[in-house]
Design a protein around this ligand. Structure first.
Ligand code: GLA
Length: 345
């Protein structure tokens, strides 16, 4: 069982060796694996009737991954290629993490599959395997989502430094509530502006000679391209805001935490250009709601969800039927009763 996540602040910082403050949530993906002597893994989900058949002896070659459809089967094939499970069998996937919402449904699937297939290791090692699996399936993402899914803590966010790969829990103040509201714009990361933003960040990293998460505002002057300057300004100021928000939460200062979220959204929309008009409208409505401390786009952007920090009950969930959910900071993934799958006798 592996949770999705909502990122409180620190967007597009993970692949830049910067900082983020995500929360593992009570929306989860489960994989129930029944090993057998079959050389194939038969995977089914509650949403797609057709099972995916993924060979385990031999596992799919890298060049064969792209041919698996739909997207979840591609991800599963990539994870099988990396996990090299000893057995085939049947596996059933169930999930409450909506795909395309910016709540890390892919990472939750990868982590749950890895654990179900018997991959063992510390959270960072498993997160790294999941990142490789997502890349092999065509989506170059950072470490934030699988690491949060692995390392989540009940009642707390994780302050992660992707430069040192260290993290620590930051307790959410009692009396604060997290709500996610879907903008109604679904997207896939690979099909969004995400790859283009990564490429821009990589170009800026090459030009500056240091990871953007370690850059300072004074480095901006050496960048000639105004677009790259704005991208870097987002990453640099976002990392400062992560520290501000973590300190505000620790001090129980929800007003300051909310201000950091508002600035983060502005920076993500204007400097990083990763928002949409629908998301901006939703953030505006939510931020103006009495009892709401802060609201911002969460996840990769270009659609998906808004995360809201609010007083309990301040957000009327019925105003967005089927699109608004209260989420609770939750523990990370677990492998369930059996650590390693064994074949039947
Ligand atoms: C997606 C990616 C993450 C991260 C965020 C943006 O969720 O999977 O690695 O880059 O976008 O912060």
């Amino acid at each position: 069982v592996a949770p999705g996540r909502v990122n409180l602040i620190g967007e597009h910082t993970d692949y830049n060796d910067g900082l983020a403050l995500p929360v593992a949530i009570d929306l989860r993906t489960s994989v129930r694996f029944e090993p057998s002597r079959s050389p194939t893994l038969h995977l089914t989900t509650a949403i797609d009737d057709a099972p995916a058949r993924i060979p385990v002896r031999p596992v799919p070659a890298p060049a064969a991954i792209a041919a698996f459809t739909p997207a979840w089967a591609r991800m599963a094939a990539a994870m099988v290629m990396i996990a090299r499970p000893a057995f085939g069998g049947s596996a059933r996937i169930t999930s409450t993490v909506a795909p395309g919402a910016g709540l890390a449904s892919s990472a939750a699937l990868c982590v749950a599959l890895a654990l179900a297939l018997g991959v063992a290791g510390d959270p960072l090692a498993i997160a790294e395997l999941c990142r490789l699996a997502e890349a092999a399936a065509g989506s170059e993402v950072g470490l934030m989502d699988p690491l949060t899914s692995m390392a989540g803590r009940s009642g707390a966010a994780l302050l992660i430094d992707f430069g040192t790969r260290a993290w620590e829990p930051v307790a959410l103040p009692a009396g604060a509530e997290l709500v996610v509201v879907h903008s109604g714009v679904a997207r896939t990361l690979a099909g969004s502006g995400y790859p283009a933003r990564r490429a821009e960040c990589e170009a800026a990293t090459r030009a500056l000679g240091i990871p953007l998460g370690r850059a300072a505002l004074s480095d901006l002057v050496s960048l000639g391209d105004p677009v790259l300057r704005r991208r870097v300004r987002h990453v640099v100021t976002e990392c400062v805001r992560v520290r501000t928000m973590a300190a505000a939460l620790e001090a129980g200062d929800l007003t300051r935490a909310g201000e950091a979220m508002a600035e983060s959204h502005r920076s993500l929309a204007e400097d990083f250009e990763a928002s949409t008009p629908e998301v901006d409208d939703l953030v505006r409505v939510l931020a103006a709601t009495p009892g709401v401390h802060g609201a911002r786009l969460t996840g990769g952007g270009f659609g998906g969800c808004v995360v809201v920090l609010a007083d309990p009950g301040a957000v009327d969930l019925d105003r967005w039927p089927g699109r608004a959910t209260r989420v609770v900071p939750s523990p990370g993934a677990s492998a369930g009763p059996a650590d390693r799958p064994a074949p039947p006798d």
